[in-house]
Write a protein that binds this ligand. Structure first.
Ligand code: BYC
Length: 320
């Protein structure tokens, strides 16, 4: 073995020992290149999901049924933008520029959560997104609060606190609809029917088919597997649906005494693959909306950079 690869192995062993001892890895610490790349991929895609995730619900801000609902929804969507910013900042600590992250999103190189490629057809969809999509996000993100990379773990703590408000506002919308008129109840059931399966897809492919899980679990980037988290979500959702008196659209959903969990039906993986490949109902619309927003925000970025440069020159003059 060459000296440099011996040194590399020694560093990797020290790194793994730190991870195993539950020490947080910080931006200036040595880390394997593959760990850095995997984190950039996951955290930036997580950030893109928050940013693109504003669009489906944003669609209902102008049509929220009351002023109170409008104010709450506006605040929620704004929170998602904030989550995107924390996550982009966490990604930048790994040595990649924001411009490059944006380019990866806008050229379709980086993914974002498949769920946001589905349309929001009725007001009940806003309730279903809060209840199910934010609910699924919390299950995943609570686990990520213990991720090995410090800046990601710290961002998760704050994001989870905000997501729990989001879930409650969604569940409250569903409660009001489910206890309302026949039409309102039917609207709530229809939203549950359409969002249930795409929400289960949020947890990713089965563990056996998950390309990144092996290294992500070893490095404690991920603390629980895709299937474990999906099961947790199904288990918690059943009682919530019963309380609403709504039916989860899965004939195979059944309590299994032996496993101590609910059994449930198989996801349509062809649909998942199609949506990831760009053929979901709203893929084109979502990316187009982001491209337009990016172009229209050009003057804001120019103004901010110009201001920062002016400030820098002023500071140089002061210290001269
Ligand atoms: N959608 O090896 P795997 C929110 C990709 S937003 C799209 O298992 P990994 C909210 C995966 O990227 C919260 N792509 O991957 C916002 C990989 O492709 P690449 C979003 C998916 O990373 C607004 C390939 O499939 N949360 O809360 O080990 C309003 C193989 O998968 C999906 C996060 O982003 C998917 N569903 O595990 C309301 C959580 N699933 O990258 C709410 C952070 C898989 O090789 N992310 N892929 O091209 C994670 O925990 C993990 O990245 C995943 C996937 C569990 C999602």
């Amino acid at each position: 073995m060459e000296i440099s690869s011996l040194e590399e192995s020694r560093r990797e062993a020290i790194f793994q020992a730190r991870v195993d001892a539950e020490e947080k890895i910080e931006p200036k610490d040595w880390m394997p290149e593959a760990y850095r790349k995997n984190l950039i991929r996951q955290i930036s895609q997580h950030g893109h999901s928050e940013v693109v995730g504003q669009l489906p619900e944003g669609n209902w801000i102008t049509r929220a049924p009351t002023l109170r609902r409008k104010a709450v929804l506006l605040a929620k969507v704004q929170d998602e933008a904030g989550h995107g910013l924390y996550l982009y900042s966490a990604t930048e600590t790994l040595g990649i520029a924001r411009e490059e992250l944006m380019e990866q999103l806008l050229t379709g190189k980086a993914k974002y959560a498949s769920i946001f490629n589905y349309p929001t057809l009725s007001w009940a969809d806003v309730g279903a997104i809060g209840w199910l999509v934010d609910g699924a996000a919390i299950v995943n993100q609570i686990s990520l609060c213990r991720t090995s990379y410090g800046p990601y773990a710290r961002a998760m703590v704050r994001i989870c606190k905000e997501e729990s408000f989001h879930m409650r506002q969604g569940y409250e919308i569903m409660t009001v609809l489910a206890r309302g008129s026949q039409e309102q109840k039917a609207m709530a059931q229809d939203a549950l029917n359409r969002w249930w399966w795409p929400t289960l897809m949020m947890f990713g492919p089965h563990d056996a088919d998950s390309a990144h899980s092996g290294s992500s679990m070893k490095w404690k980037i991920k603390r629980q597997s895709n299937d474990e988290l999906r099961q947790k979500f199904v288990d918690q959702s059943v009682a919530q649906a019963q309380h609403l008196n709504l039916k989860i659209p899965d004939e195979k959903l059944k309590w299994n005494d032996e496993r101590g969990h609910y059994d449930f039906g198989e996801i349509d993986w062809d649909e998942f693959t199609a949506v990831l490949g760009g053929a979901g109902p709203c893929n084109h619309e979502r990316l187009e909306a982001r491209r337009i927003a990016h172009e229209q925000g050009d003057w804001v970025r120019d103004a901010m950079f110009a201001h920062a440069e002016k400030q820098r020159q002023r500071d140089v003059r002061k210290t001269a």
